[in-house]
Design a protein around this ligand. Structure first.
Ligand code: TRP
Length: 462
C-alpha cells in the first residue's frame, strides 16, 4: 500500500497544553509529520481521559484546546491523520477482541496498576481499592489504538514504554492465534498486526518548570502554552532563579531559565545567552530575552489559536473529517478481523463456500439467463440453474432493452463477495424469486465464466 513509516501517538485530553508538552511532544510531532517518508497518526485519546478524569467539562474543554493547539501550530491535516479516539468505533471493538487474547497476568504487571495496588497495600487497604477496571484495562485500549492502524513507530515518554511493549505482546499473541485464519480471510501473506516499537527521543530534553523540577501538571509548575502576552511575561518572571545580583556571573548549567531558553533558541542564540550569563546578565534581563524568544516562536500561532478556539464548529468539522479519513483504514481492517475470529456475516460465509462449489458445478452445466417473448407481446427473462430449475422469474417488459439492462445489473452482483439481499428483488419486475443464496451462487458462477472467457480472449491477443 505504502512504504512510508507509520508513526502514531495519542494525547490524553485531561489538561491544558503547556510549554513542556509543546517542546517534548507537539513540536517534534508536527515536524515529523512534514517528512515525506513518514505517515503520521495523531489523535486525542479521549477514551483514555475518562480513566483519569470524571469531570465532563474538563474533558470537553481539554479536547477543544488540544485540537486547536495542534491545528494552530500548523499540523497539516491533509498529510497527517488527526482525529479523536472516540470517533473511531473500531478502536473499542478491537479492544474487546484484544481483551480476549490478553493474559490477565500481563495486565497485573502494568506499572500504573501495580503502583495503585502498592499504594493501597502500603495504606493497609484492599489492593484494588478505588482501582477501576478502566485503569486495569488501560494497556489494552492503548494496544488497540496502535494496532488498528498498524503503526510501526510510537513516540512516547519513558513512562509509556511498557505500554508499547504490552501492545507488542498482545499483537503478537493475536497474530499467533489468528494469523492463519486472517490470511485465509484476506488471501494475503500478512499477519493481522504490525508489531509496534516505542520511540523515545533522548535529544528532546524534558523542560523544567517554574521551580526547576520537570514541567508537569502534577507539580503545578507549568507555563501554559497560550497565555496572552502580558500573562506570559508574568509567568516568566515567576521562574525561580538564584539570588545572584546583576553583574555577577551566572551558571547556565543549573539554571532552569537557561534550559527553557535553550529549548526555544537556535544554537547561536544559546551560545550568546551562555556568554551573557558569564558576563553577569541581570535575571530580569534574561527573563525579558526568554519572553521575546517565546513571542517570536509562538506569537503568530497564538493568534491562530485564539481565532480557532472561538470557532468550535470549524474544529469539530476538521476532527470529523479526520475521523472519516482514519476510518478508511480502520473499518476494513476491523471487518477482516471480525471475520477472522468468526464474527463475520453468516451470509458471506456461505457465499465463500458457494463460490467454490459454484466453480465446480459451473464446469458441468452452467446456470443460464433465458430471454423470451410471451403471447402478450411482452419481454421476459428467467435465471435457471444447471439442472434447468428456475431461480428467478421476471415480469413482462415492453422494451427488450430494459431486460438487457436488468440482466446486466444483476450479473454485476456476481462479482461481489458480500451476500445478496432479498430486497434487491422486491420490485414488481420480478414475479417469482427463489432462494436468494442460490441466486447469488448462480450469479457468482456466471461471473466466473465471464471472467474466464475474458481472460482467454485477452491471452489470445498478440
Ligand atoms: N497513554 C498515553 C499517555 O498518557 C496516551 C496514549 C493513548 C497513547 N493511546 C496511545 C500514546 C497510543 C501512544 C500510542 O501519554
Amino acid at each position: 500500500m505504502t512504504d512510508k513509516i507509520r508513526t502514531l501517538t495519542g494525547i490524553t485530553t485531561t489538561g491544558t497544553p503547556h510549554l513542556g508538552n509543546y517542546v517534548g511532544a507537539i513540536r517534534p510531532a508536527i515536524e515529523a509529520s512534514r517528512r515525506d517518508d513518514v505517515e503520521s497518526f495523531y489523535f486525542l485519546a479521549d477514551y483514555h481521559a475518562l480513566i483519569k478524569c470524571e469531570d465532563p467539562a474538563r474533558i470537553a474543554q481539554s479536547r477543544l484546546e488540544i485540537a486547536a493547539t495542534w491545528l494552530a501550530l500548523g499540523l497539516d491535516t491533509d498529510r497527517a491523520f488527526f482525529y479523536r479516539q472516540s470517533d473511531i468505533p473500531e478502536i473499542p471493538e478491537l479492544t474487546w477482541l484484544l481483551t480476549c487474547v490478553t493474559a490477565k497476568g500481563l495486565l497485573n504487571r502494568a506499572h500504573a496498576y501495580k503502583a495503585a495496588v502498592d499504594r493501597n497495600l502500603a495504606d493497609n487497604e484492599d489492593g484494588d481499592a478505588g482501582v477501576s477496571a478502566g485503569l486495569f484495562m488501560y494497556p489494552v485500549l492503548m494496544a488497540a489504538d496502535i494496532l488498528i492502524f498498524n503503526a510501526l513507530r510510537v513516540p512516547v515518554g519513558r513512562d509509556q514504554v511498557q505500554h508499547i511493549e504490552m501492545a507488542r505482546d498482545i499483537g503478537q499473541r493475536f497474530n499467533h492465534l489468528y494469523g492463519d485464519a486472517y490470511r485465509a480471510v484476506t488471501k494475503s501473506k500478512d499477519d493481522p498486526f504490525v508489531l509496534p516499537e516505542a520511540v523515545t527521543d533522548d535529544n528532546v530534553a524534558t523542560l523544567p518548570g517554574l521551580d526547576g523540577r520537570k514541567m508537569s501538571k502534577s507539580y503545578n509548575n507549568t507555563i501554559p502554552l497560550w497565555l496572552p502576552a502580558k500573562e506570559m511575561k508574568k509567568a516568566i518572571l515567576g521562574i525561580v532563579t538564584d539570588s545572584r545580583a546583576p553583574g555577577e556571573a551566572k551558571d547556565p548549567e543549573g539554571s532552569n531559565l537557561f534550559a527553557i531558553y535553550q529549548a526555544f533558541a537556535s544554537p547561536a542564540e544559546t551560545s550568546a545567552m551562555r556568554q551573557a550569563f558569564a558576563d553577569g546578565i541581570a535575571w530580569g534581563e534574561a527573563k525579558q530575552r526568554l519572553f521575546e524568544r517565546l513571542e517570536a516562536e509562538l506569537g503568530d500561532a497564538r493568534e491562530r489559536y485564539e481565532t480557532l478556539i472561538a470557532r468550535p464548529d470549524e474544529i469539530e468539522d476538521r476532527l470529523l473529517a479526520g475521523a472519516a479519513k482514519a476510518r478508511e483504514r480502520s473499518a476494513p481492517l476491523l471487518a477482516a478481523l471480525r471475520e477472522t475470529v468468526g464474527l463475520g456475516s453468516v451470509r458471506a460465509l456461505s457465499v465463500a463456500r458457494m463460490a467454490d462449489s459454484a466453480a465446480d458445478s459451473a464446469q458441468e452445466s452452467p446456470p443460464q439467463w433465458k430471454r423470451y417473448r410471451e403471447s402478450d407481446g411482452k419481454f421476459y427473462f428467467r435465471l435457471v440453474d444447471g439442472q434447468g430449475e428456475t431461480l428467478l422469474q421476471s415480469g413482462g417488459f415492453d422494451d427488450p432493452q430494459q431486460v438487457g439492462a436488468i440482466i446486466g445489473e444483476l450479473g454485476s452482483l456476481g462479482s461481489q463477495a458480500t451476500g445478496l439481499s432479498g430486497d434487491r428483488f422486491s420490485s414488481p419486475h420480478f414475479q417469482q424469486v427463489g432462494d436468494i443464496a442460490r441466486i447469488h451462487q448462480a450469479l457468482v458462477a456466471l461471473n466466473r465464466l465471464d471472467e474466464e472467457k475474458k481472460a482467454k480472449k485477452a491471452a489470445k491477443q498478440p
